[in-house]
Design a protein around this ligand. Sequence first.
Ligand SMILES: NC(=O)c1ccc[n+]([C@@H]2O[C@H](COP(=O)([O-])OP(=O)(O)OC[C@H]3O[C@@H](n4cnc5c(N)ncnc54)[C@H](OP(=O)(O)O)[C@@H]3O)[C@@H](O)[C@H]2O)c1
Length: 383
Amino acid sequence: MQYRTLGKNKKKVSVLGFGTMRLPTLGSESEINEPVALEMLRYAIDHGVNYIDSAYVYHGEKSESFVGKALAGGYRQKVYLATKMPVWLVQKKEDFDRIFNEQLARMQTDKIDFYLLHCLQKDSWPKMLELGALKWAEKMQSDGRIGEFGFSFHDNYDLFTRIVDGYDWSFCQIQYNLVNEDVQAGTRGLKYAAKKGLDVVIMEPLFGGTLANPPPAIREIWDRIGKDCMPVDAALRWLWDKPEINLVLSGMSSMEQTRQNVETASRPEGSWLSEQEREIIPLIQKTYRKLYPVPCTKCRYCMPCPSGVDIPLNFELYNNTAVFKGNAVKLCRILYTSLPASQKASACKKCGICEEKCPQQIPISKMLEDVNKQFAEAEGANA
Ligand SMILES: NC(=O)c1ccc[n+]([C@@H]2O[C@H](COP(=O)([O-])OP(=O)(O)OC[C@H]3O[C@@H](n4cnc5c(N)ncnc54)[C@H](OP(=O)(O)O)[C@@H]3O)[C@@H](O)[C@H]2O)c1
């Protein structure tokens, strides 16, 4: 495992962090497949991963408790634990202590090593300032209950720079991957943070898994490097090639993915990318930008929808029909028509609640109209 440092106290962290937002489940998002997830987490730790990232809301609020259980038996001492204050649930000052204490209990610990304000956006940042979040965190740090203090971010570059400059943070967490160079904080934000001496943790390094299963037009470009080229491996290495990045979180959902990503992060020191990869990646980026109509990462922050629409699934099927051909398109149509009526795009009542929660700022209601139009023909054929 390769290591870098993170935070003001320069803690030695593995370049790969374990994100616990995409653990294997038994069906519904809140039913974590605990035996498998536990094996994955401990495998990663046994092979050098020492940073675990969770949040109050992941897996229907079950992720933190799972992490607490999985780190029993001496594993807690081997890792740095990160979790986040769900800023949208904080209405008054007292909520900080209430939520934080609940998190400590769930995670069976008395200290969070890396604590973040979760998903700061244009409305929540001033709200946090007004409610005294920074003073509260300083008190927690002086009490030894928080180690390093930072924020995670999904808004635009200008707001990012304002937040970076607005406090003496230890670190930040941004969405960044090879197709998101110009999205949110983006490459400019990464360089800005580095210039200001702020350490950076990366989330959504595979764009929520999209980069793991490239459509034929992209696979064909990767194949120019060699038929055995693994896009996941290359996408992660593209990130570690950047010195401004301190740690990359991966949300692994199977043992196989855990083994593979641990192996990628454990390659011997040296260049992270070959010359051929450096040449080809700009073309991959350009082709991706052209292909996908909806920039959904399936993070499910938009859910639950009050009308029952499965928003990420609708967008996944829609994107796949735009990108793939032949049988894959037929399969998407069949999958869409077989969804319960309440889960389909056509059930959207345009209440807009999801749009307030979407970190990608996708105009969801409008895009669901497009999904509905796209699949209307298939619906008609099956009527
Ligand atoms: N603070 C925030 O606002 C925020 C937001 C998002 C994420 N995060 C944190 O950042 C972490 C990382 O983000 P992410 O989970 O979105 O990461 P990601 O790497 O972009 O997406 C994870 C998905 O990629 C696929 N994947 C991972 N490794 C693979 C491999 N070796 N082969 C094939 N597919 C692979 C899996 O998809 P399948 O499951 O489809 O196989 C997995 O669920 C999260 O887990 C969470 O801890 C924080």
